[in-house]
Design a protein around this ligand. Structure first.
Ligand SMILES: *Cc1c(COP(=O)(O)O)cnc(C)c1O
Length: 413
């Protein structure tokens, strides 16, 4: 088991130049090429493994029990790590939320946790619960305001004050939680600047990379220590599995998160891991098409008389457009939309769409939209009329025709 933490993806050893991510998603996680071997990994359904009591009687990588480790996770764990540029395997979890909880637990009791004011709402709930349980101090920041984030990281020793941060801001941070772009407000954090400020005080930097995927953004290369994913979304991509992952190149953090998986027990099922690897094969194609569609729709929506506002990091008037252009290899396929007529008109729109799915979640092949404030836990600073729009891979003309008729109908109330 332990030796897995040092191994790289074996097929890479034959290649001197790094492969393009579009190739890696197709090629990573294949079984060894021996004659008669399958080209896809098998699904192994076994809760336990033949034991060897004497140390060294079995190889160092021998499997023991499927909650601790199981070979059906490995191909996907290695593929995600390769995509994120980590030199140890990813750690799969039963959901993105299980991955988030395991990583939040890296915060020491009584420590300081910096979180975005807007982020995946359940992550913020988990942070709050951690604060109540373990006396952790939470500082909520506008993640796009780098000076405020840095001040919150440094505490009162920082030179810039603590505008935008809650709490007494006395001590430096222990853990900095970033999500970029944020769910659902699409704020973009400067990962490199935040990471260097965090490392100066010894804090760990975590990035939820669900919206961008490693194809568009590699936080570890920008200086972050840990990446978390809701694999449920783009990586799996077909709205048919719930799964999460943690990636880090740091041996100590890797071991601690892995231990949290063993004791927390929020593990991935073998079928889900297999399905997600199959979904990953088309990630580059899906992302390319979805992103094209999103850019096209963002431009058209801005001109629509029923639309109050559109936000998309690819639009030149997005407040962090330049940062996103520098930090990312593309602007993704999520946008937000505010409809004229308030929450009621936004709700009507979700009832009038025929092709678009009115549903929570995102990152699937099918286009979805949702009024986020229908969730009581969503931040009150998210506008009541804001729709989060996850653009899929359908023909953009059909997507537009449906959206256009639903926008017109939303104004009829
Ligand atoms: C959906 C989501 C999560 C939670 O993941 P699950 O797989 O649903 O548990 C975490 N972060 C972001 C950004 C998400 O969109």
């Amino acid at each position: 088991m332990e030796s897995r933490d040092a191994t790289r993806v074996p097929w890479l050893d034959v290649s001197n130049s790094p492969l393009s991510p579009a190739t890696t998603v197709v090629a990573a996680g294949r079984p060894a090429r021996t004659p008669g071997a399958p080209v896809n990994p098998p699904v192994v359904l076994s809760s336990t493994y033949v034991g060897a009591e004497r140390p060294g009687a079995a190889g160092p990588e021998h499997l023991v029990y499927a909650r601790i480790d199981t070979e059906t996770w490995h191909p996907l764990e290695e593929a995600i790590a390769e995509l994120e540029g980590a030199d140890r395997p990813g750690l799969l979890f039963g959901s993105g939320q299980a991955a988030i909880s395991a990583v939040l637990d890296l915060t020491p009791p009584g420590g300081v946790l910096v979180v975005p004011r807007h982020a995946y709402h359940e992550a913020l709930v988990a942070a709050r619960q951690l604060a109540e349980r373990c006396g952790v101090e939470i500082r909520r920041v506008d993640i796009a305001d780098t000076a405020a984030v840095v001040a919150a990281i440094r505490g009162s020793d920082g030179a810039d004050g603590t505008d935008g941060a809650d709490g007494d801001a006395g001590r430096p941070a222990d853990l900095v939680w970033l999500e970029t772009p944020t769910n659902p407000m699409l704020e973009v954090a400067d990962v490199a600047a935040v990471s260097s400020a965090a490392h100066a005080v010894g804090a760990v930097v975590v990035v939820d990379n669900t919206f961008a995927t490693p194809l568009l953004q590699r936080p570890l290369e920008l200086g972050a220590d840990v990446v978390v994913h809701s694999v449920t979304k783009y990586l799996a991509g077909h709205s048919d599995v719930v799964l999460g992952a943690v990636v880090t190149g740091d041996a100590d953090l890797w071991a601690r998160v892995r231990q949290r998986r063993v004791t927390g027990g929020g593990i991935a099922g073998p079928f889900e891991a297999w399905l997600a690897l199959r979904g990953l094969r088309t990630l580059a194609l899906r992302m390319e098409r979805a992103q094209q569609n999103a850019a096209e729709l963002a431009g058209r929506l801005r001109e629509h008389p029923a639309v109050l506002a559109v936000s998309y990091p690819g639009l030149p008037d997005h407040p962090q457009h330049d940062l996103a252009a520098r930090q990312m290899d593309g602007f993704g396929a999520i946008l937000t939309l505010r409809v004229r007529g308030g929450a009621e008109a936004a709700r009507r729109l979700t009832e009038e769409v025929r092709l678009w799915l009115p549903a929570t979640s995102l990152g699937g092949v099918e286009s979805m939209l949702e009024r986020r404030r229908r969730w009581p836990n969503e931040a009150p600073s998210v506008p009541e009329d804001l729709l989060r729009v996850s653009v899929g891979i359908e023909d953009v003309r059909d997507l537009w025709a449906d959206l256009d008729q639903a926008l017109v109908a939303s104004q009829a109330g």
